[in-house]
Write a protein that binds this ligand. Structure first.
Ligand code: UT7
Length: 327
């Protein structure tokens, strides 16, 4: 048993902000941003929201899969920027698509969200609970970005990606996921609950708006990523008895072009096997992997029988990898 991706979809806001626009906000340069991150522009929500992007990406994936919405048994949305605490984004997607038979919930795992969502879907499938799932990743990180902090505002962008996964006969590849909560403070974004405790806390706490933005120790995350991603890729290969040379594509979370280059080098693989679109979208959190898969599919890069290594990493800190065979 395995979970094949039978349809993909993506949505990026129409408003694109290039590095020269960022130069007007903080002390930086197009050259510095390109060199250190690979980012050239990022798409930013205008009228769109996390929910509207999730609906559109989900709708496109379902159309691409050629299935009826009623066939979807589970909708899992990976997001850290939902429009509201309640209801979950997945229920909004369910309503818009008419996926009346789907169980729905959101998953909060930041940039590793797509790997964890795919792992969850596989587990449901292996347990015989579902046959068809819609995974959607959607985030409007621009709403969580401090546009005065040059360490973060150069990096992030908004967007959504989706994949329809269907259970089928084939090799079951065990995904590998890890967490290290002790490193959590290196990438944070507080919520109001931190300040506003009704019982036992002080209601008079002054709100510091900057607290609700992403704060990151970029260097620490960089070093963590270039060490842990090759490690978890090797672990995933070993656990599944798959040789590294059998992997056709390494589809990594698009956080920073230099991280991807470093992972390729550490694995001894040519950079051509690591498709990238960070230049166009920046770091879109868990949306980056399905956004890239959709682009690869549309470009005809994905052929039946090819093996893909997906890998994600980020806040938590969390990291993980999964082998996927293309159908
Ligand atoms: O999705 C997962 C989560 N996040 C990530 O994956 C992020 C991982 N980290 C990174 O991508 C990189 O660490 C950054 C792009 C955030 C920063 O790049 P860096 O090469 O690690 O730069 P740095 O923080 O070590 O700073 C190097 C220099 C410093 O100047 P000095 O002290 O050498 O004079 C910084 O002040 O660059 C300066 N600097 C900048 N200069 C121009 C930092 N940010 C900027 C900037 N423009 N935006």
């Amino acid at each position: 048993m395995t979970g094949y991706i039978i349809g993909t979809g993506a949505y990026a806001p129409s408003l694109a902000i290039d590095n020269h626009e960022i130069e007007k906000l903080v002390e930086t340069s197009d050259e510095w941003i390109r060199e250190r991150t690979g980012v050239v522009r990022r798409h930013i929500v205008g009228t769109e929201t996390t929910v509207s992007m999730a609906i559109e990406a989900g709708r496109r994936a379902v159309e691409d899969a050629g299935i009826a919405p009623e066939e979807i048994d589970l909708i899992l949305v990976s997001t850290i920027s939902p429009n509201a605490i309640l209801p979950c984004v997945a229920c909004r997607v369910q309503e818009a698509l008419g996926a009346v038979n789907a169980a729905c919930y959101d998953l909060s795992a930041a940039c590793t969200g797509f790997i964890l969502a795919y792992s969850t879907v596989l587990a449901y499938m292996a347990g015989g609970m579902i046959k068809t799932a819609l995974i959607v990743a959607s985030d409007s990180l621009s709403n969580l970005t401090n546009w005065e902090d040059r360490g973060t505002c150069i990096l992030f962008g908004d967007g959504a990606g989706a994949a329809v996964v269907r259970a089928g006969d084939g090799p079951f590849y065990l995904p590998v996921t890890h967490a290290d909560g002790s490193l959590g403070d290196s990438l944070t974004c507080r919520s109001r609950q931190d300040h506003h405790q009704v019982f036992g806390g002080s209601l008079a706490e002054t709100y510091d708006d900057a607290s609700y933005y992403i704060e990151m120790d970029g260097k620490a995350i960089f070093q963590f990523a270039v060490r842990k991603v090759p490690e978890v890729i090797r672990e995933t290969l070993q656990k599944n008895n798959v040789r590294q040379e059998e992997i056709d594509w390494f589809v990594l979370h698009q956080a920073n072009g230099r991280i991807i280059e470093s992972v390729a080098k550490r694995l001894g693989e040519p950079l051509e096997k690591f498709p990238m679109n960070v230049q166009e979208y920046g770091n879109t959190s868990s949306s980056s992997i399905p956004l890239l898969l959709d682009e690869m599919k549309k470009k005809g890069m994905l052929q039946p029988g090819q093996k893909l290594m997906l890998a994600g990493f980020g806040a938590g800190l969390l990291w993980g990898a999964a082998i996927l065979e293309w159908k």
